[in-house]
Design a protein around this ligand. Sequence first.
Ligand code: NOJ
Length: 559
Amino acid sequence: MAESWWRDAVIYQVYPRSWADSDGDGIGDLPGITARLKHLTDLGVDALWLSPFYTSPQRDAGYDVSDYRDVDPLFGSLTDFDALLARAHELGLRVIVDLVPNHTSSDHEWFQEALRAEPGSPERARYLFRDGRGENGDEPPNNWTSTFGGPGWTRITEPDGSPGQWYLHLFDPSQPDLDWTNPEVGEEIESVLRFWLDRGVDGFRVDVAHGLVKKDGLPDADMPHGYLTDPTSLAPMWDQPGIHDIYRRWRQITDEYARPGDDADRILCAEAWVKPADALARYVRGDELHQSFNFEFLMTPWIAEDMRNTISETLDAAEAVGAPQTWVLSNHDVVRHASRLGFEQSHGLTSPRGIGADDPQPDHALGLRRARAATTVMLGLPGSAYLYQGEELGLPDATRLPDDVRQDPTWERSNHTQRGRDGCRVPMPWEGSTPSLGFGPGAESWLPQPSEYGALAVDRQRGVEGSTLELYRQLLSLRRELRLGRGSLTWFDAGSADVLAFTIAVADGRTVLVLANLGTSPARLPDGARVRVSSSPDGSNGLDVPIDTAVWAEIDHPG
Ligand code: NOJ
């Protein structure tokens, strides 16, 4: 068990609509992914996670699933999926798919049946339909809001034409929440798990893993709630204790599918925006999920003291339940870390909800320099790590997208107060000088690629010393060689509060020092340190580490 692959795996998130487009319609697809898998073996990752490619009206970019057992024609077919999986396995890459169990699409057959059925019917009982409050039932059943803005309830018209019940949607109205107290719901999702396990997937990333169970009676929330649970108020829609029973059942299923051999089990990774760290760690107890994204790390500012506290608290919490920590800095829901870190940093956890052309702009050079250092820290930490497509190129967010091309429902639902997530979802640049930067055969790309992406394309960075792509390749190869993800961390006193430093004792008795300078003057390396990799092109002279730079160095005598 201790050898299981996922405990130190580096897993690369492919956002199918934006990775590679094989048919020229401007939207990425599964054959496009298969054709580009070599990029991942060249990079040196262990697995890929695919965001949803299932049948969907795409009102939330595929997180609104209308058929869990098929591929949307936009992305290809089940045959294309099988080909992708087979090719990935041939190349030694594991494949994790996304599971969306909190809600279906409103186009899902179940929801359409519920709309046609009577209040109180078994069809309605798969979702959270309730009568409204107020004299005519024209007030929502409670005060919950949608994560994308606006009310969390929508009223339907009954089949006879009268104003009807309301249904809950913690996200878009096109994403009705399922009622997880109904056993039929659990049985259906478990059968979906088995469907993809039978096809050979290596695991699942579980969408909104902290949201499936709602507090009994759906009481009003005490205060406006975000997607991240607030430790001071147990929001009645997030992180309810009953959630863990569901994950114990799922763990039995994935265990049942474990392939023979120590190194071959299938995994479940929670997308759970839960604080504090010990509440999140409950999702990865031995009989529950394998991993849970450490979003607190992602939201921590580039300040040494804050980074140290987050790393130490989250590592301890995971270790207390015998789980490895799962680090992440970027994904398809947040501003890319090369842009996030280009703003002035202040204490407290933050994650901006998108940047528009008229917002303050990040300092790209600074953001990139810090992002490279932050990744160097992350990949030196014990545990598993997730990368988001394009971060290996140092892509910034597209912060000047015209508002009329935005597709994230957040922009409309928030009454144009939050730009949303399109900026991190812009198609990948593969070739610096072709019309869609090599994304597809033609010029089409579902979101426009910013002009600065050309110079950052894969073919412009491959083999170029000092490029972000080469830095990632170097980090991943050395991480594998030294087995850093399996090491144990000891904090190292580098003599300055602005320096984040720890050592990792690796298997063969060697000690690796990970040292990041978050201060304003060069940081001293200990005597005899042998730098193996540095995050900044201006490097380290072996004596000092420049500002906003992280290094890995071998040392003889820690402390
Ligand atoms: C989390 C996903 O990552 C996000 O993209 C989606 O909008 C929501 N869950 C709702 O499914």
